[in-house]
Design a protein around this ligand. Sequence first.
Ligand SMILES: C[S@@+](CC[C@H](N)C(=O)[O-])C[C@H]1O[C@@H](n2cnc3c(N)ncnc32)[C@H](O)[C@@H]1O
Length: 411
Amino acid sequence: MEVPLSIVAICPRGLELIVSEELTYLLSHIRPKIKKGGVFFIATAEEVCMLNLWARTPTRLLILLTRTQTNSAGELYSCSHKIQWKNWFLPGRTIKVDVNGRGFPKDVSLRYASLIVKDAICDSFRNDYGIRPTVDTKNPDIRIWVNFDNSLVTISIDSTGQPLYKRGWRKDGFIAPLKENLAASLIRLTEWDKKAPIIDPMCGSGTFIIEAAGIAAKLPANFTLQKKRVFSYELFSKSSPFGNINTKKIYSSAEEVWKTCDEKSHTHPSLFGFDISEENIDKAKKNAFRALPEPLAEKISWNVKSLHALTRPNFDKGLILTNPPYGKRMGKISSMDELIATFSSILKKQFTGWSVWILTNERELVSKIKLRASEKIALRNGDIECFWCKFDIFRGSKFRKEKSYDNIEQS
Ligand SMILES: C[S@@+](CC[C@H](N)C(=O)[O-])C[C@H]1O[C@@H](n2cnc3c(N)ncnc32)[C@H](O)[C@@H]1O
């Protein structure tokens, strides 16, 4: 019988519910519990393998090994040493211990906590095998996560490795890309029906459009036919709960969806990515061909186009999803004002019937766009506090906005 494992799906703050919904869609029997930055549930090792391959919204999937009160460095060492590490991996593997949370024991700093747990792991291997794993802080085989919540410490082993937003299709450097799992979560928040057209008029490397194509085609998020990524669980030992899993079965269903994609390509939604930069459009196009089956990638319209030249395609309804250049990261505030004024005017003139979602960290942008935001969702994009704001464009939008936008500013 398969051992049930305690799993936490780590995700950006504010998106826990979206992650929980996706996990329940993929595994209907789980009963997820939501906490800040994570979704907790019970699953088997085989199910964890499947989730790593398919889930679009989490950042990583951790397996909880212990959770206990610790009030000193000695207690932290002792609870780490008690874990049967040899049941998870062999001493030839490289490791990294990451520590986060708050409320560390008095004699323990963040860095010291990492050393204590690393020492406990190495000592336990030295006792059993006479050798110990080496530390690799850049590209370890095995990642251990230590979380403090006041004196409660949780130690977990990472089943994922490289975070799930590194889907593997992003090759060329790009200055400010959205993380893939964040883009996917934002799309899910729009309650898109997977049929309506989507435009990203400032698409950069194409993240929204590529994720939308994957969502509509129900593709496994962390799989491409050309290049298989390695998950950390594949580096666990034979004696671990992951040792005897038939991953072939899991991969064959992912391959099947990719290969049969052309048959359904006529049903896929119209997707448009525009950007003022020719270089960015070139990158977005290449990303799409790496991320998606060819018939899907070919269906996307990429064009070099300034926002000033944005026109409505021949659809009465649709979505515009975008994250304009951030003042801090991508340019000057004054040119942003001009850009937003232009955007607002085009939306009002041409996009009646459409919904517009904008990701921004600038509160003023929400007022400068001079439209009424019908939703404003707070979340974190890395270390930046952001809002995902929805504007419904209808006749007379301007009049309604001017009556209401003071309220939005306060919220
Ligand atoms: C924050 S980035 C978007 C990143 C994108 N979401 C991604 O994941 O790669 C903003 C983009 O807006 C583009 N941009 C700036 N001014 C523009 C304009 N006037 N018209 C169209 N695109 C513009 C930039 O070239 C940049 O690619």
